[in-house]
Structure formats: structure tokens, C-alpha cells
Design a protein around this ligand. Sequence first.
Ligand code: ADP
Ligand code: ZN
Ligand code: ZN
Length: 725
Amino acid sequence: MPLPITRLRVAVPVPLPRLFDYLNTPENQPSQALGCRVRVPFGPRELTGIVVATDPAGSAADSTLKPISRWLDPDPVLAGELLDSLHWLSRYTHAPPGEVISAALPSALRQDQPLPDTRAWGWQLTPAGQAGVASLRAGGRPRRLAELLAPRATSEEALDQQLEDWRSAARDLGKRGLAERVALAAAPIPVAAAGPVPNAEQAAAVAAIQAATGFQPFLLDGVTGSGKTEVYLQAISACLAAGRQALVLVPEIGLTPQTLARFRQRLGVPVHTLHSGMADGARARSWLAAARGQARVILGTRSAVFTPLPEAGLIIVDEEHDASYKQQDGFRYHARDFALVRAKALDVPVVLGSATPALETLNNAAAGRYVHLRLRKRAAAAAPPRVRIMDMRKRRLHDGLSEEALQGIASHVAAGGQVLVFKNRRGYAPALLCHDCGWTAPCQRCDSPLTVHAGGRRLQCHHCGARQAAPLACPQCAGLALQPQGIGTERLEERLQSHFPEVPVVRIDRGTTSRRDALEQALAELGQQPGILIGTQILAKGHDLPQLTLVVVVGIDEGLFSADFRASEKLAQQLIQVAGRAGRAQRPGEVWLQTHHPAHPLLQTLVNGGYHAFAASEMEQRQAAGFPPFAHLALLRAEAQQQEQANDFLTAVRALLPAGTAVECYGPMPAPMPRRAGYQRSQLLLSSTQRAPLHRLLDSLVPGIHALPAARRVRWSLDVDPIDL
Ligand code: ADP
Ligand code: ZN
Ligand code: ZN
């Protein structure tokens, strides 16, 4: 007979770097206390926390502890591996443990609500219903439903597909005692569609993944269209056949209905999704279905890395280089990196797939930490796209497009193809400039010009969201020579519509597709007919556009000369990804890169040698400069109303550094955008060639930072392994 639990250590979702102890309230205490949700008093509020230890050593005297308000559930929501991995993540990122653990829970479970039902529900006929089918009016909806249900119980999901408005008919049958709603033992399994026969490289990759017993990272390094998704699907099928669960992470813009449909058709089991576009309740149900072992395949974006996997067999991270895997505010974690930690703890293989692997990942593969699998050829397309660098110097430009580009677009469209004009800049123009005096419309709250929208009538800040009408006259010289400066997608749209009035021109960026399905709808409307797409990176992945034969990339030059040490890598990845959209089916594709710097080494290496040649030369430069992956970084950011407050804080932190540390410290220095949304921003960079000394330093430093009086006058955050500096 175990002793009754008297004290509980609880992770409470507050921004403090510690856990909190409470007295137990044994009423409704579940048999397994660890990982259960409890309501606890916290100051004047009541919060939902997670029990992370029982009767811990070294807690305060009982007389000073408050009792929990109550237990919420009969079973734990976070247990075993996931709870342990989250503890690790909290230590690694130095984020408050309560915030880390609460970030792992779907938001509906952070509230004071009972756990939702995750069983699959269906309908079946009662014995009276079986006997009475023939007595129902022929042709009526209740009769049609009864006929559907006569052979077997049918899931609500399946009924949705088979009979319109079946719910009212079901209610009707239910009221007459002819049918009833039942929880189905297992979700029905549609028949899996067969995929293409894998080619030799795909087969070798699948075999290698299947042969892994226990933890093993793989880099699946395959050119765009080489059939990486096919490899995932076959590896997942094998994992399912072995009775295990599979987790697949995709970038935010990669989780399209097209992708989901492909997984559903091919796997023959329900595929549960987790992404930010879902309602809270639906997310909680997917998450819990995974925790209960009901969900076998989970397809999700960044935060899906927190899915419980009691029967894990495989983790896949598609487009592993994608920046959307890094959470950029609040609790900063990297989903790809955490996926590796979880795979290790779960002792399962993990596959990182990309056509343009991150330099960190290539470095890990080169060091032998990952098995490097290559897919060198496109699987279905005739040939890789032909890439041309277009010299724009001294050319006449029509809103950013050369004469030659316009002719190329015309001839591809005339041949029945589709053209993508890629410009990673939404809005009409990046700035509004006075041609008389040089004034540029600034954001009042950010160190950034306002972007011109609505053909020049509206100004908007892409950093803080501020909006205003465009001035009619220059506020500095009162002149009337205000002009939109530079090119955005709206301006390209205007130009291409007037140049090609007879052809559909579809602009796709975050301005036109705020709703998730708007993009699908726009693409569906265009269909297979000849036309022109104008898009930002939202179009650079996830969509198969079989008619696309020409990609024109407009304005890449800003990326060639950025101060950010990752800018070259990002640009190279973006160019390869967008180029990979062209010629994915049988029609050969072409990619034209417009630039004023045709001899730039990045472009030359990329076009002549491909991504790996680029990566090799970039890797040398990183090594010479002492940047990641040859250094490990942590960035301390601070923002305040006054610059001095932020700097005073960071200077005080710097003074806490022990003498003789091997970790280098740079700053305080202004952030890349020193003022944003009205705040002055500074930062302090810590860098170390080895990971361990950096983390030892942070372990001793962070409690001291929390204790600094100057910390109360700023908003600060620590970013371990930052991806933008
Ligand atoms: P990736 O994920 O690398 O971009 P996909 O898996 O989407 O590539 O494959 C690209 C296209 O090639 C898809 O239309 C896919 O159906 C097709 N494909 C993949 N593997 C094969 C194969 N072995 N034989 C024929 N077609 C294939
Ligand atoms: Zn002026
Ligand atoms: Zn702003």
C-alpha cells in the first residue's frame, strides 16, 4: 500500500524559471499522478498546471504551501518520454518549465475543461431498424440512410462522403428507435491506393530506413521532385504494418489539402492533422487521439513536434531547412532539432528530408552523425529545369520585368504553359519616395519604410502592422512627386494584367490568401489552362503545378548583399525551391533569374554546380568566419522604451560573465532593426566553438539575469541557437 501523496510539484504556465509546490487534495486523485492536469491557485488567479513530481525532496515547509484546487482528469495527459523530453527542452532553451510544458499542450487542454472524446463515432441500425428498413418511404433520406447502415455500422466521416444531410435523417431514425449512435472499435480503414514502383535510389532509401532498429537519423537529400514524399509514404507504411505510430512534420505552407489527400489515399489509415488553421477543439482531439494510440499517422506543422507518441515508430521532418520550424517569439525552440531529441528518447529512426539541407544538417551528415541518403534525379519529370541568369544591366525594365522576360512569358503562355513570376515582396512597392527631395515614408514606430499597397493609395508597415493613407504631397518639401519605389507583387500583377489582357493573371501572397483555402481556390480556378501566377514564397513549395514551364525570378539582388550571415543560404534555398516548381511533369521547365549582378559567385556556383557546390563553398566561409555550424550561439535580446534601459540591462548581464570563460561575448549592440513597434532593441551575442561550455555558462548565468534589477525595466528573451541575428 503506497503512502498517500501529500505534496505535488507543478509546472504552472507563468514566465518564471521554476516549478511550484502545492499540498495535495486527495479528492479525485488519479492512480497515476505524474503528468496529470491540476487546477492551482496562483496569486489572485487559478491556473491549469501539470504535476511533474510527487512528494519532492527539498520543498518548502508544508505550512507555507497552498493546496491545489482540484484534479482535472482521471489519467495523465503528459507522461513518460514526452514529459522527460520537455524537461530537457526547458533546460536546453532556458525557457520557464511551466511555459514549455504548457506550450506542448493544445490550447484547449490548457483550460479548465474535461478532456474531449476522441473515439470514432458511427451509426448502426437497431434490431427494430433492421426489421423495418422496408417500411420506410422509398427514396426518402431516412430510407437511404437505413439502406447504407443495413450491412454494417458506418462512421460519421464515411457518411459525410456518402449521403448529404444524413444527420437529420439519423436524428429521425434515432427518435423512432431504428438507429443509434455508437463508438466504433477502430476507425474504418479505406483501401490504400498503390504508389509508383520506386526507382533504385528510392528503394535503397526505403530499405535503409526500414532496416534501422532504434534511434538513427537520416538525411534524405533529394532534388525537388525526386520522390522524397514517396520514400516517406513507403517508410510510413512499413511503420504502420509493424503496429507503430508515425509523426510527419511539414512547414506551415507545405501542409496543403493536396499533401493531406496524398497521404490519406496512400496510407489506408486515417491521417490526423495538427496545424494552426484548425479550431482548438479539433487540435486537442488529434493530439489526444495520438496520446491514446488511436491516431496512427499525425501530419502537422511546427508545434506537432509535441505530439505524444506512446507507440512511436518513425519521425519525419520534411523540408528540414525551413525557417518555420523555428519558433521566433515567446518560447523559442526548433522543431527539427527537438524532433531529433524525441527520436533519440523514443529510440526510433528520424528522417530529415530536403532538396536544400541546412548547413547544420549537411555538417552533421558529413560528420557521420546522420546517414546521408541521396536522390539525384527527378522521379517523374523528363529533365531538370534549365536555369539562366538574365543580366538586367542597362536593360529597359517594365515594372521590374525585362523586355526579354515579357517575351518569354508570352511564348510559354502561347505554347499552353503556365508561368510563375516569383517576387518575395508583397504589396505594390517597398517604399514611397519623393522624387524632389528624397523623403521616404517611414513607419513612425519602426526603423523601416512603409510598404505601398493598393496601387499607391495605402501605406502599411510589414513589421508592426501600422496602416495609413498615402499622403498626397510630400510632408517634407510639399512637392507632388511622390512615387512608389521598387517592385512588389501587386505592381507585377498590374503590369502583367495590362500586358496580357487575354490571359488569367493570379496573384498569390499573404495579402490574397489570408484564408487557408483561398490559395487552393485560386489555383483550382486557374486549373490547367495557360496563365500567369505571381507569387511570394507561399508558392515555392507544397503545390504541384504540372503545367508550369517557366519561372521568372524578379529581384534577388537584395539577398546577395545582406549583412545576415545566413542570407546566402536562405537565398540559395529559395532559388532552388522555386526553380524546382518548373517542369515537374512531362513538359520541360525553364528558370530565369533576373539580376544586376550576373557574375556574383553565389549565382554562378548555384547555377553551374547546384546546391551542394554552393553549400561546400558557403561552409568554408562559415568556418573561416567562425559562424554556425562551426560555432554555437545564444542571443540575448532586450527591448525597452529607451535605448539606455535595454543597453543598461545587457551591460549588467555582461558584467555577470565569469572571467576567463571560453565563451565569446559581443555587444550590447543594436538589433538589426533597432526600433520596432515603438521599442528600442539591443542584443548581446554569446558564441562558443563547443556547445558544452556555452550551456554551462548559460546554466550559471540565467538565474542571475532573472535576478537583475535592470531586468524589470526591459522585455528580454534568450534565444539558444538563433537563426536570425
Ligand atoms: P519530392 O517530395 O521529392 O518533391 P514527390 O514524392 O512529390 O517528390 O515526387 C514528385 C513526382 O514524381 C510526384 O508526382 C510523384 O508521384 C512522382 N514519383 C515519385 N516517385 C516515382 C516513381 N518511382 N516513379 C514514377 N513517378 C514517381
Ligand atoms: Zn519631398
Ligand atoms: Zn512599423
